[in-house]
Write a protein of this length. Structure first.
Length: 72
C-alpha cells in the first residue's frame, strides 16, 4: 500500500475515534470524499480491504488503524 493511502487511513481512523469513540466502525469509503476524484487509490483501498484481508463492510477504526500501522 502506498504511503499516501496509509497516511490517509491512519488520519481518518484517528479522527473518527476521537469524534465517536473506540467502537466506531467505518468502511473503506470513509477514506475518500464523495467524489471519485482518485479512482486508482480507491481501488487500491478496496483491494486491500476486500481481496487481501476479506474484511466486512464495516470494521472498527481501531482495528484498521492497527493493521495499517503494523504494515499488514
Amino acid at each position: 500500500m502506498r504511503d499516501e493511502l496509509r497516511d490517509n487511513i491512519r488520519e481518518v481512523c484517528e479522527q473518527k475515534i476521537q469524534q465517536k469513540g473506540e467502537n466506531v466502525g467505518l468502511s473503506f469509503y470513509a477514506f475518500f470524499k464523495n467524489k471519485n476524484d482518485h479512482p486508482e487509490l480507491l481501488m487500491e483501498a478496496a483491494r486491500w480491504w476486500i481481496e487481501t484481508h476479506q474484511l466486512d463492510h464495516f470494521e472498527k477504526a481501531v482495528k484498521i488503524k492497527s493493521m495499517v500501522e503494523s504494515g499488514v
